[in-house]
Ligand binder design. Structure first.
Ligand code: HEC
Length: 131
């Protein structure tokens, strides 16, 4: 039974299905975080914004370097892993800026950082999807 599980698991890893599951899960956290940030701005709820940014940052850590990022790109887009990684870095930087601005109650500046996050999500998706 244990052996079967190991075999099934290595088959999953072998086909890259495992990486896909991780990616899909992380992207759903990215999406949830982002929508909480947006709601937080709309409803003037800083705690919601903060929680959303934390969720985004945590998920974005999946792309901690170029090699890790490359793994999650479709084969034919892997030569653009540098651009994708830079987008992930922009998300991290903008998230930190957002929190800093929020702590100083600079809401307009914080919202600019939020827009920067959305643009960076789109930059990676543009690579992945050939937009
Ligand atoms: C480094 C690249 C990269 C970054 C940065 C990135 N994504 Fe993604 N995202 C992907 C890939 C790869 C896919 C899967 C392929 C596709 O959907 O075209 C994906 C898919 C998605 C999906 C669809 C998932 C599904 O189940 O179909 C959502 C939603 C999503 N991303 C949200 C976000 C949000 C929100 C951000 C920014 C906070 C973000 N992503 C940043 C690479 C990235």
């Amino acid at each position: 039974m244990k052996m079967l599980k190991i075999l099934a698991l290595s088959a999953l890893i072998g086909t890259g299905a495992m990486a896909d599951d991780t990616l899909v899960l992380n992207m759903s956290h990215m999406e949830n975080g982002l929508s909480n940030v947006q709601k937080g701005f709309l409803y003037n709820a800083p705690a919601l914004i903060k929680g959303g940014v934390e969720e985004i940052k945590k998920s974005d850590a999946l792309f901690h370097d170029v090699a890790a990022t490359k793994k999650y790109l479709p084969k034919e887009k892997q030569h653009m892993s540098n651009i994708a990684f830079n987008a992930a870095k922009r998300i991290d930087t903008a998230s930190n800026e957002l929190i800093k601005a929020l702590d100083k109650k600079e809401y307009s500046k914080a919202h600019q950082a939020y827009s920067e996050i959305v643009n960076a999500c789109t930059a990676c998706h543009a690579v992945v999807r050939g937009w």
